[in-house]
Design a protein around this ligand. Structure first.
Ligand SMILES: *Cc1c(COP(=O)(O)O)cnc(C)c1O
Length: 349
């Protein structure tokens, strides 16, 4: 009889919020629909593809477009089927058997899932309750104490929406001799990216994704690192990991840098408006609702009955993410934000 490896027995498939929700504020996608002109350009690009051939294994054009948009060098860029693929690859490849990976909590849930799948032991640094800010010195000491060989965390952080100062990020990278993976999935909504420093350090990989700024559907993420690390990433990924339609769509999209920046601005405006209104609500509901300042495209709220409110919102067609005593709510369109606020106001009465 076949017996599953022990580490796989308790593993559950990723559970996104399922079902029909008219208002989706659960997955941190962009709320801006793809405009017709962009759709048309993508269709044109895809129409001409030689579908009987493999895609460009090196993603040459795509890496150039990405690099031009983010101000990186194309030769330091690795493309992936979402940054999720790259996270999995890094966890699987950069540790010797038995070596420890350090993470922080709360943080992106997939890090620990990939670690588990790979059989990688983990050490988890708990963030200060309340502020949920990252204490760089505390984290550095923790990684050293645990002799971790890989540290992975998101900045700005999903789900806390807090950003670490650039100086702290640099301090972390410089103080540690293990590999540091800075997941900048939400950096477009914040400041203090260390993307440009990736070339300078031999122990830094910066991850980016298109998913939060308008292109979640094409599954496209990137790693930026120095030539040695990039060579490894290029070697461990599967040869044709980014399909030709995604490469074509990504090239078209990145060609419109002005448009992308405009979308990011609109998302930030929505985030600020939502955050502001939630704070006003929190002042009226002292003690039941706490709203954290946000450096991402979502807002993190603490409330006495997060579970109950989550259920009630869902029943009324509004999907958000429940995380313990917190809700994580993606910034939506003005109408979506208003629907959410009206319901929250009612539910917390
Ligand atoms: C959404 C998210 C990702 C996943 O990005 P994909 O490119 O869609 O796989 C990675 N890291 C963090 C912190 C995220 O929130």
């Amino acid at each position: 009889m076949y017996d599953l490896p022990k580490r796989l027995k308790g593993l559950e498939p990723y559970a996104p919020v399922m079902g029909e929700f008219p208002v989706r504020l659960d997955a941190n996608e962009s709320f801006l629909p793809t405009p017709d002109w962009l759709r048309e350009e993508i269709v044109q690009a895809v129409r001409g593809l030689p579908f009987h051939r493999y895609p460009d294994p090196l993603c040459t054009a795509l890496r150039e477009k990405f690099a031009a948009f983010f101000g990186a060098k194309p030769e330091l860029v690795t493309a992936g089927n979402g940054s999720d693929e790259l996270i999995g690859l890094i966890v699987n490849s950069f540790l010797e058997p038995g070596e420890t990976m350090a993470m922080v909590r709360p943080d992106f849930s997939m890090y620990s899932i990939y670690a588990k799948m790979a059989g990688v032991p983990t050490a988890v640094y708990e963030k200060a309750p309340g502020s949920l800010e990252l204490d760089a010195d505390g984290l550095i000491a923790f990684v050293k104490e645990n002799n971790a060989r890989l540290l992975m965390f998101s900045n700005p952080c999903n789900p806390t929406s807090q950003a670490a100062a650039m100086a702290d990020m640099i301090k972390i990278v410089e103080s540690l001799d293990c590999l540091v993976v800075a997941d900048e999935a939400y950096m477009d909504f914040s400041e203090g990216s260390i993307l440009e420093l990736a070339e300078k350090y031999d122990n830094l990989i910066v991850l980016k994704t298109c998913s939060k700024i308008g292109m979640a559907g094409i599954r496209l993420g990137f790693a930026v690192a120095n030539p040695t690390l990039t060579r490894v990433l290029q070697a461990v990924r599967s040869p044709y990991n980014v399909n030709s339609m995604t490469q074509a769509a990504g090239c078209v999209w990145f060609s419109h840098g002005e448009y992308i920046r405009e979308c990011v601005e609109q998302i930030k405006i929505s985030r600020d408006a939502l955050c502001g209104k939630l704070k006003t609500l929190a002042e009226q509901k002292k003690g039941i609702l706490q709203v954290l300042p946000s450096s991402a495209n979502f807002v993190f709220l603490r409330m006495a009955d997060a579970g109950g409110v989550f259920e009630a919102l869902g029943k009324r067609g509004v999907a958000v993410r429940l995380m313990g005593e917190y809700l994580r709510i993606t910034a939506g369109s003005e109408t979506e934000n208003q629907q959410l606020l009206t319901l929250l106001d009612e539910l917390l009465r």
